[in-house]
Write a protein that binds this ligand. Structure first.
Ligand SMILES: NC(=O)C1=CN([C@@H]2O[C@H](COP(=O)(O)OP(=O)(O)OC[C@H]3O[C@@H](n4cnc5c(N)ncnc54)[C@H](OP(=O)(O)O)[C@@H]3O)[C@@H](O)[C@H]2O)C=CC1
Ligand SMILES: Nc1nc(=O)c2c([nH]1)NC[C@@H]1CN(c3ccc(C(=O)N[C@@H](CCC(=O)O)C(=O)O)cc3)C=[N+]21
Length: 359
């Protein structure tokens, strides 16, 4: 009993400390926050030493006084997370002579998928995560793909499996996601993980990386989530839907806008926080945003410049317009994307730690 009380007061002290450093972040009652392991709290909370304190703002101002919005920059956060992952992997190697391994499955030849996989592999290499890539042709059968995933499920040296999405039309994404071992599902897309994310107090093995990235960006810049009205444009399983679930766990009031929503701009204009996950460049205009709102742009659209023929990254939000209205906004590139990648590294490390009994 005494021990339980001691650990409970440690948790409370940890919360108090966190509240002090992050200022905005508090829980209604500590016991409602179930701890799921070192890196899997009931809500996603940036670790103290992960969030660069220089970024923390004492009092986040939900205003735009006619100047530009604050830029919620992701590269520095990503760097801090990567540094921490690197340190932990070095420790793992020296203590038990083992390291995490990520398997990536790519079907077909999509240009953006190649880019994203290249970024993931490079990041893994940098922090000391071993990788294995299985590339299948565009016209592969579902059974061929299922076999590849199954072989990674069975491989004890593999701790994380990523099946790059989207898959070609003829393949049933749900069937493929279902077969990934939930304990290796570092993307967090398996129905068991999504389901457990949906219900507060339940314990997903992994939370999707882009969703964690959104929360991390908000919290580490001092943006309060609890009680805020959030509108997410898009309900994809990669980002929109899980982000809505995670934000609910953080006590936001969440609405989802999708392709059947009429007059989405009237709904987004009510939001304190707008999250765009559509995949259409510049679809969210300045007049969709309430003055002083915070804008998180997940869109990473490769758009060909008609003059130079060079591909440029464009977000879903028309940055030039939104920056004049919002109080804070993520840039593309350099906002959500880099943090998403670092979350994948962190999830893979967590999975290896679990496999090695280090948690
Ligand atoms: N930066 C990052 O970390 C990440 C970035 N992304 C990027 O996010 C973007 C979206 O990708 P992904 O999540 O795969 O999305 P999907 O293509 O799977 O889904 C898009 C969503 O947008 C909705 N939608 C489409 N058109 C409209 C519209 N005109 N108005 C309102 N809603 C609309 C769709 O509605 P409906 O459901 O009705 O079809 C759907 O829910 C891409 O640019 C991708 O690269 C994705 C993941 C991570
Ligand atoms: N199984 C699966 N898991 C995913 O997590 C997944 C996926 N499939 N399919 C596609 C989307 C998209 N996504 C991004 C990840 C990183 C950046 C990223 O690093 N962006 C950088 C720049 C990228 C560049 O230079 O092209 C930035 O915004 O600064 C972007 C997008 C993950 N996704």
């Amino acid at each position: 009993m005494k021990k339980a009380l001691q650990s409970f007061s440690k948790v409370v002290a940890w919360h108090r400390n966190l509240r002090k450093t992050l200022h905005f972040h508090s829980f209604s009652s500590p016991p409602s926050c179930t701890f799921l392991g070192p890196n899997l709290p009931d809500v996603w909370v940036p670790k103290e030493n992960t969030s660069p304190h220089t970024l923390l703002q004492e009092n986040f101002q939900w205003t735009n006084d006619g100047r530009s919005a604050a830029i919620l920059e992701g590269k520095t956060i990503a760097k801090h997370i990567k540094m921490e992952v690197t340190d932990e992997i070095s420790r793992m190697k020296s203590e038990i002579g083992k390291f995490p391994k990520l398997a990536v499955v790519l079907v077909g030849d999509r240009r953006d998928s190649h880019t994203f996989i290249h970024i993931k592999l490079k990041a893994c290499d940098k922090v000391g995560i071993e990788t294995v890539v299985s590339q299948l042709p565009e016209n592969c059968t579902e059974n061929e793909l299922l076999d590849v995933v199954s072989s990674f499920n069975d491989d004890q040296d593999v701790h994380g499996i990523v099946v790059q999405l989207p898959l070609p039309q003829h393949l049933d994404e749900e069937r493929i996601m279902n077969i990934v071992n939930p304990e290796k599902d570092v993307d967090g897309f398996h129905p068991l993980n999504i389901g457990n994310l949906a219900i507060r107090g339940r314990k997903p093995f992994f939370i999707p990386c882009a969703s964690k990235s959104c929360i991390e960006l908000l919290l580490s810049h001092g943006v309060e989530i609890r009680g805020k009205r959030v509108v997410i444009i898009g309900r994809s399983k990669i980002a929109g839907l899980p982000t809505s679930l995670l934000l609910q766990r953080h006590h936001a009031t969440v609405s989802l806008v999708h392709s059947y929503t009429t007059k989405p701009e009237e709904i987004t204009a009510e939001a304190d926080i707008v999250v765009a996950d559509v995949g259409i460049p510049n679809v969210v205009r300045g007049n969709w945003i309430k003055k002083g709102a915070v804008v998180i742009d997940l869109g990473t659209n490769q758009v060909k410049d008609p003059n130079s023929q060079v591909f440029r990254l464009t977000g879903d939000v028309c940055f030039e317009e939104a920056v004049k209205v919002a109080s804070a906004i993520t840039p593309v590139p350099g906002g959500v994307g880099p943090v998403t990648i670092s979350m994948l590294l962190s999830n893979t490390l967590d999975s290896a730690k679990r496999a090695f009994g280090m948690v």
